[in-house]
Design a protein around this ligand. Structure first.
Ligand SMILES: NC(=O)c1ccc[n+]([C@@H]2O[C@H](COP(=O)([O-])OP(=O)(O)OC[C@H]3O[C@@H](n4cnc5c(N)ncnc54)[C@H](OP(=O)(O)O)[C@@H]3O)[C@@H](O)[C@H]2O)c1
Length: 284
């Protein structure tokens, strides 16, 4: 009998990729909050607000998952802590009570970005944004509620079907619909959404506990990321201007490069760098 996989944030970008990849391999339950999903696949779609611990407990108890992948979050707003931090704690508590394997999605912006090299799993969070602080708090709450959970730190997630938010933004600049600049001094290790989804499903079948970096193999600036993808999609990136994060009025993490060496030795899934993904995509 197929294992039962519950994905919080099934209507999100990563949640959608996980559902596509897991379809047919797992019995899937996926939650939504504000976007009623299209019932295209045989999936249980409970509405769920992770701010409500009792609702989380009931949703998971009804579905009886073997595995939980927690992607639901918000990046801004008055309920940032309630959703992104405490909501993660509620999901971890409910998963632990049911004896379910849990993967929690964290982020590279839990770091201040002042590092010259890459961050490893042993590096402790030192966030400089409200979002980074909420994700760092979530890591602590998840680890306390569910010590066997895997806490996956990842980077910017991009993809083509559908196109991700960052790429959409770059395409709008390239088309002349907006005039923003992309930072040439802000570095990340962006990961292709299908590589990330595959790595997460592989990790779900392991008993790895604690922090694991899962990001792309190549460190690039936001400017490189935008221009390279726009060109690969067949558009002219000439209108995309480079800006400096150093000139930004708010302090932003500059270098959040993640060292994913441990994940590469643990998992078979290839965590490709940006240029590698784009080159393989253009092959006939
Ligand atoms: N995207 C990136 O570049 C990136 C980078 C690093 C880390 N991450 C991490 O990866 C994970 C997934 O990111 P994503 O970009 O795929 O997310 P996303 O597309 O923004 O989707 C967020 C999901 O969370 C749900 N949600 C929001 N508030 C909720 C609440 N109160 N209760 C329950 N569900 C709620 C949304 O549901 P509705 O849409 O139905 O309202 C949606 O399904 C997040 O944990 C994020 O921190 C993402």
């Amino acid at each position: 009998m197929a294992k039962r996989l519950f994905i919080t944030g099934g209507t999100g970008y990563l949640g959608g990729a996980l559902i596509r990849l897991a379809a047919g391999r797992y019995e899937i339950g996926a939650s939504y909050l504000s976007q009623p999903p299209l019932a295209l696949q045989p999936i249980a779609w409970p509405p769920l607000d992770v701010r409500d611990p009792q609702a989380v407990r009931v949703a998971l108890a009804c579905f009886r998952p073997d595995l939980v992948i927690h992607t639901a979050f918000v990046q801004y707003g008055p309920d940032l802590l309630a959703i992104t931090a405490h909501g993660s704690g509620h999901v971890a508590t409910a998963a632990a009570d049911l004896g379910a394997r849990m993967i929690h999605m964290s982020s590279d912006v839990i770091f201040d970005g002042e590092r010259t090299g890459s961050y490893t799993e042993d590096d402790r969070p030192d966030p400089i944004s409200a979002y980074g602080a909420a994700k760092a708090a979530a890591e602590g709450l998840v680890a306390a509620a569910h010590p066997a959970a895997a806490i996956v730190r990842t980077s910017l997630i991009y993809g083509f079907e559908p196109i991700d938010r960052q790429t959409q933004f770059a395409l709008e600049i390239a088309a002349g619909h907006r005039t923003d600049r992309l930072f040439s001094d802000e570095y990340r290790c962006p990961i292709y959404v299908d590589d990330l989804a595959a790595a997460l499903l592989e990790l779900a079948e392991r008993d790895y506990a604690g922090v694991l970096n899962i990001a792309g193999a190549e460190r690039v600036s936001r400017y490189e990321l935008g221009t390279l993808i726009v060109r690969a999609l067949g558009h002219d990136p000439a209108r995309i201007g480079a800006g400096l994060s150093a000139d930004s009025p708010t302090r932003r993490p500059r270098n959040c490069a993640l060292d994913s060496g441990r994940a590469r030795s643990l998992l078979h899934t290839r965590l490709r760098g940006l240029r590698e993904v784009l080159a393989e995509r253009s092959l006939p």
